[in-house]
Design a protein. Structure first.
Length: 252
């Protein structure tokens, strides 16, 4: 996220207002969030609350906290009703915002990666593919080989979850989905898919109008739970040396 969306001086309301204004440029596909954040710009008490969220990016965390407390998408409500809810749960919202991460896990990214994984698979013949996802969150993308895809030339794969992607570059599309020999997810704070609270937080980070994305997340989560993935917490530089010896050697 841009540093402009998080002022280091949380006592400067002008800087906090500027970070809200900057954030508005990124939420045009969520009319609900956009409308509420726009009114928040001129609401000094709300700006002071946002200033208490000393984490990045504050507005994502604020709205995510609201949806987490609602146990579902934020409905179409007036700014006054939204404001009342926020102040009724102010300490909870600030605590969530200061202690959580924005670890969204959009599984549709696998559709963008697929052609390059398939090309590498072809170049190396029948060598096994060992998938390593850095910054994996819940590890949904490590299950790339467990999904079906439609890149504009017809669906491939036999998964009930079909991920679509527009082929704007006109690149060659694969005839089949490659298979992974192993899957490893690296993250500073991996999401435990068996922890309802952590899963609920990922769901809360999905913007309210994005019904299809929420359904896709739920379907991918079911596939992830049925797939063996090695999850490792830590930084990339420290983990690669530990990880590489664990990957079976390729045949020569």
């Amino acid at each position: 996220m841009s540093p402009a969306w998080h002022s280091s001086d949380r006592t400067d309301l002008g800087a906090v207002r500027a970070e809200v204004a900057g954030w508005l440029t990124a939420v045009t596909d969520s009319p609900r969030y956009y409308a509420l954040a726009k009114e928040l710009l001129d609401d000094e008490p709300m700006l002071r609350l946002v200033a208490r969220i000393d984490n990045m990016p504050p507005l994502n965390l604020l709205f995510g906290a609201v949806q987490l407390l609602l146990s579902g998408p934020l409905p179409a409500i007036t700014y006054e009703a939204f404001r009342d809810f926020v102040f009724a749960h102010e300490d909870e919202i600030v605590d969530i915002g200061c202690t959580r991460r924005t670890q969204t896990n959009e599984v549709r990214r696998a559709a963008v990666i697929l052609p390059w994984v398939a090309r590498a698979s072809e170049e190396f013949g029948d060598q096994p593919i060992h998938a390593i996802d850095i910054g994996a969150s819940a590890g949904l993308v490590t299950c790339l080989d467990r999904y079906s895809y439609d890149l504009g030339t017809g669906a491939i794969g036999d998964s009930p979850l079909v991920l679509s992607c527009e082929n704007r570059g006109g690149f060659p599309t694969p005839d089949a989905v490659p298979t992974f020999a192993s899957r490893t997810a690296l993250d500073l704070a991996p999401v435990d898919i068996d922890d309802p609270d952590q899963v609920a937080w990922l769901d809360a980070l999905i913007w309210p109008e994005h019904t299809e994305r929420r359904e896709r997340f739920s379907a991918a989560l079911a596939i992830r739970r049925a797939t063996k993935v090695t999850t490792i917490a830590g930084t990339r530089s420290k983990l690669f040396r530990r990880l590489l010896p664990l990957i079976p050697r390729a045949r020569c």
